[in-house]
Every structure is written in structure tokens, then in C-alpha cells.
Design a binder for this molecule. Structure first.
Ligand SMILES: Cc1ncc(COP(=O)(O)O)c(C=O)c1O
Length: 373
């Protein structure tokens, strides 16, 4: 089977893992987690960076640091992996799903602005939902499949409406807009190091923070909020969300390959697009450079194409199920028209996109698609 998205370990992974095991420092008390944070802070050019147990943990702590409280509302992209919404529930808040743009598959800032004009008000630097009177405490903008969402427009909305925002850049490490790294536009940007991402440690996450103050706070609550000293005094109910050194060892080796991985991803994406130009590929703005994490297109023939590819030993997959239809979130508030996400779900086919995809495998996928069209 040609896999959808699998990792590639051909750098220093074994070497760093062995050194980590030999040193005996395998927990987060060792030096590698801090090295990883410094590496990514440098690579992504951000003030603060905290290595965490998962992308989900990174999003959760970003919401905590944005002061989301029980009973609040949080705006979130509707076309995403479920973790983007679950973290809102972890805070005792509820989601408001945002309309999806039919071409980019990202949350649509224009539709959101129109909705806020009709359904929100600002009082004392706080945004409220008019009908329920509840605070709209934050906004999570997802970069779907690693392609950049319109961060400039969302930054503007965040300022205008006093809604703190977070970039869910789980799959978007290495994507850029105007040469700036995606995940560094908002006060917080969450990345995932899950096994299916471009860079992986088997699991894990990173949280980019715009301010040193936020970085210090996030690090503190990710380590059980333990105060300094040889005692067990914890100044709030913290979390055990640290990334252990044994995983940081793998992530460090992977980070050395980022540029090579990004250029291979781009080659794969361009070959798909050149060989199958009539397919309805996911779009992105002219000023943005995606990392091409997951390569996907829209087609009214989704089921037929998926069956055909799977029969030919190709692990193609359907896209994300709209979050507003997921069982835990049915009946949630929606900002705009939910139909766009449903249309996207009904049509999206994700293709093998692994960084280690071989030329002959790529040809095999392309030929299989040409056969069925
Ligand atoms: C858009 C999005 N957000 C959040 C996550 C959660 O990341 P993790 O699996 O590292 O917790 C994922 C994981 O695939 C994702 O795709």
C-alpha cells in the first residue's frame, strides 16, 4: 500500500536517540527539550517557543493563557481535525464554528466579519455574542492541511473586535506568508509533531509565543505549575504537558531536515498539479508559500475515485468531517453558512503526500487517477 503520509528517518535520529539513552536523561529534565525550543525559536523566528506533549496540548495551553473561562464562546474553523474544537471544551467553553471558504477550505474572514457585525458587540474591550450575552473570548484559526489561512485578515478582525486569537498551525510547520512563518502572526501558534506531520517525534507539539511573558507562563503550567525549589508547591492546577527528551532527540534530528523536506514536498505537489492540471486542487493566496503537507483535491466523484485508488494499493483518504456535525458539537453556534464545509467534505480526496514518496509511487498514483477520470 502506498501510504497517505508517513515519516522519513534518514538523518541523525538514531544517533541522537542513542546519545539520549546513553546519557540516561530521557525525561523533560534533560537538556534536549530546551535545545529543541531554541532550535525552533530560531527556525521560525519567534520570541518564545515551548515544546509540549502534543499539538492538542499546545492549543489547550494557548487558550488558557488567552484567559478563556468556563461559559465563554470561542470561534474556530469548521474544516479541521477535531482537536481544534476539543480544546475549547477542555476550558469549559463552547465553540462557534466559522464558515469555510470553498476554494481555500480555510475559515472565511469576510463571512466572519459580516456575522460579527450582526451578532456581536464590544463593551469595555470585550466582545460579546448579542443573543446569548456570552463572551467571545478567543478565536482559533486553522491552517487547513498546512496551507496558510488569511492571517492578515484575521489579525485585523482580532484587533477590531478585541478577540485574542491563536493559529492552529498543527500541520503548517514551514509554511509562509510574505516570507513570515505561519504560526507566528498571532500571539500563539500551535504546531504538531504527530507521526503524520512533515516533522515528527512520534508525537509532540510546539507552541510559538509572541511574548516572553507568555512563554514563561506556558512553560510553568505545562510542568504542573511547580514553583521553584526543592519542595512540592504548585501555584495553580497545572498540566503534565512537557515533551520528554527522548522525543526531543528525534524532533531535533528531524528539524535538521526541514528545508530538504519542504523542497521535496513542493516537488511532489507540483508534479501532481502539472500531471493532473484539471483537478480542483486546494487553493492558496499568491503571497503565501504552503508547506504542501497534505495534497488534496475536490471532485464530485469522491467515492468512486477513493475506491479505485484503494483497490490499486493507494492509501487515499476522504477529508475531515465538518466539526459542526461531529457528535459532541451538533447544535453549536455557527458564524455564517455551514453548507460550504459539507460540500467540501462531500468532495475532498487526500492523496499520498509523504515526504519519502518515491518517483515511481507518485507516477502510480497519477496513472491510477488518470485511468478513472
Ligand atoms: C488541524 C489540527 N489541529 C490539531 C491537531 C492535533 O495535533 P496533535 O495530534 O499533535 O495533538 C491536528 C493533528 O493532526 C491537526 O491536524
Amino acid at each position: 500500500m502506498i501510504p497517505l503520509s508517513e515519516p522519513l528517518f534518514e538523518g541523525n535520529e538514531w544517533k541522537y536517540l542513542k546519545a539520549c539513552l546513553d546519557s540516561g536523561w530521557i525525561s523533560a529534565a534533560g537538556p534536549l527539550t530546551s535545545q529543541l525550543e531554541e532550535r525552533f525559536s530560531h527556525l521560525l523566528k519567534t520570541e518564545g517557543m515551548v515544546a509540549l506533549a502534543s499539538g492538542t496540548a499546545a492549543l489547550h495551553l494557548a487558550l488558557k493563557a488567552s484567559h478563556v473561562q468556563e461559559g465563554d464562546l470561542v470561534l474556530v474553523s469548521d474544516y479541521s481535525f477535531i482537536a481544534s474544537a476539543n480544546v475549547i471544551r477542555y476550558c469549559g467553553a463552547d465553540p462557534i464554528f466559522m464558515e469555510t471558504h470553498p476554494e481555500t477550505w480555510q475559515a472565511d474572514p469576510l463571512a466572519l466579519s459580516n456575522w460579527l457585525d450582526r451578532h456581536a458587540s464590544r463593551q469595555d474591550n470585550t466582545c460579546y455574542h448579542l443573543e446569548s450575552g456570552r463572551k467571545i473570548a478567543a478565536m482559533i484559526v486553522v491552517h487547513a492541511y498546512g496551507f496558510p489561512a488569511d492571517v492578515i485578515a484575521f489579525a485585523d478582525i482580532s484587533n477590531t473586535w478585541n478577540i485574542p486569537w491563536i493559529e492552529d498551525a498543527a500541520g503548517a510547520i514551514g509554511s509562509k506568508i510574505h516570507d513570515q512563518e505561519v504560526g507566528t502572526f498571532a500571539p500563539f501558534g500551535a504546531y504538531s509533531l504527530n507521526g503524520n506531520k512533515i516533522l515528527t517525534a512520534g508525537g509532540g507539539g510546539l507552541l510559538a509565543c509572541k511574548s516572553k511573558h507568555d512563554e514563561t507562563y506556558i512553560r510553568h503550567i505545562s510542568r504542573q505549575a511547580k514553583t521553584e525549589g526543592a519542595h512540592y508547591i504548585h501555584d495553580e492546577a497545572g498540566y503534565n504537558y512537557r515533551l520528554p527528551d527522548i522525543m526531543a532527540a528525534v524532533a531535533l534530528a528531524q528539524s535538521e531536515r526541514l528545508e530538504a523536506f519542504l523542497s521535496r514536498k513542493k516537488e511532489i505537489a507540483l508534479q501532481y498539479r502539472h500531471s493532473l492540471p484539471h483537478l480542483h486542487w486546494q487553493k492558496h493566496g499568491p503571497e503565501s508559500a504552503p508547506n504542501y503537507w497534505m495534497l488534496a483535491f475536490r471532485t464530485p466523484q469522491k467515492t468512486r475515485i477513493l475506491h479505485h485508488l484503494i483497490e490499486h494499493g493507494i492509501q487515499a483518504k476522504e477529508g475531515w468531517y465538518p466539526l459542526h456535525l461531529q457528535p459532541p458539537y451538533r447544535g453549536s453556534l455557527f458564524a455564517g453558512n455551514p453548507a460550504n464545509t459539507i460540500d467540501i467534505y462531500n468532495q475532498v480526496v487526500c492523496l499520498p503526500s509523504s515526504v519519502g514518496l518515491k518517483a515511481e509511487e507518485l507516477e502510480q498514483v497519477i496513472s491510477a487517477i488518470k485511468e478513472i477520470e
